[in-house]
Design a protein around this ligand. Structure first.
Ligand SMILES: *Cc1c(COP(=O)(O)O)cnc(C)c1O
Length: 221
């Protein structure tokens, strides 16, 4: 009941056309099933092994999103079914995703993760690196990959002006890339930003995809 209420509360506040990814990492399949029965279909995980285990036992109309750092040697396990990889942080990873997409005869959708936070530990491209990659002709050689937008995380801080500024950097980059001439396997549709503590700010700054975990499922251990 709590999960259903949490979902309803969040859905009430987000605009039409904004997607809610329920981040279920560390939470049980039972809790995911509870959210599923409340109507939720988009779930995000950050560990490949955990994701595959949940995929196998849960309904097949769930859309699974990878939101955490992904190692190239693990792409093969999720390539048959993953819906969107939010956390592409290198060209090498993109090449491996493409290879596995070809093997599985499917197009794998991705977002480029952009580093805007002050923490040094966060993965991702600097905004300029993303621009450079998207204007590099080598992208057109990828046959089974589609880049659909960008993802980013704000700093872990209670300074909401700083968070807002970081979201603004992401939104500006998103709009700039939209105007850029892009290869046919790239389209700027999704701006994935906002988590439990900052999704309201992210929505105000133009997010159209939020990734919310603890505000739905409760705290992780
Ligand atoms: C864990 C995680 C989330 C969700 O975090 P909450 O604070 O629980 O909402 C969103 N995005 C990424 C990349 C994460 O790793």
């Amino acid at each position: 009941m709590i999960i259903k209420n949490n979902l309803e509360l969040i859905l009430k506040t987000i605009p039409n056309g904004c997607k809610l990814i329920a981040v279920s990492k560390t939470h049980s399949a039972e809790k995911i099933a509870e959210a599923y029965h409340a109507g939720q279909r988009l779930f995000g995980e950050n560990k490949v092994q955990e994701l595959v285990a949940k995929y196998e036992i849960l309904p097949k109309d769930i859309e699974w999103h990878v939101i955490g750092h992904l190692q190239s040697n693990k792409v093969k396990y999720i390539a048959p079914f993953v819906n969107l990889i939010h956390s592409v942080d290198s060209f090498k990873l993109l090449q491996e995703i493409d290879k596995q997409g070809i093997k599985n005869q499917r197009i794998i959708s991705c977002l480029l993760q952009i580093h805007v936070a002050q923490e040094e530990t966060k993965f991702g491209f600097a905004p300029q690196e993303a621009e450079d990659l998207l204007s590099n002709p080598i992208l057109a050689t990828l046959k089974a990959t589609r880049i659909k937008g960008i993802m980013g995380m704000a700093s872990f801080t209670d300074n909401s002006e700083q968070i807002r500024n970081e979201f603004r950097i992401l939104k500006n980059l998103f709009e700039k890339l939209k105007m850029q001439e892009l290869p046919s396997n790239v389209s700027m549709e999704e701006l994935s930003m906002g988590m439990s503590n900052d999704y309201e700010l992210a929505l105000e700054e133009g997010s159209n995809m939020i990734r919310v975990g603890s505000a739905i499922f409760g705290n992780r251990n």
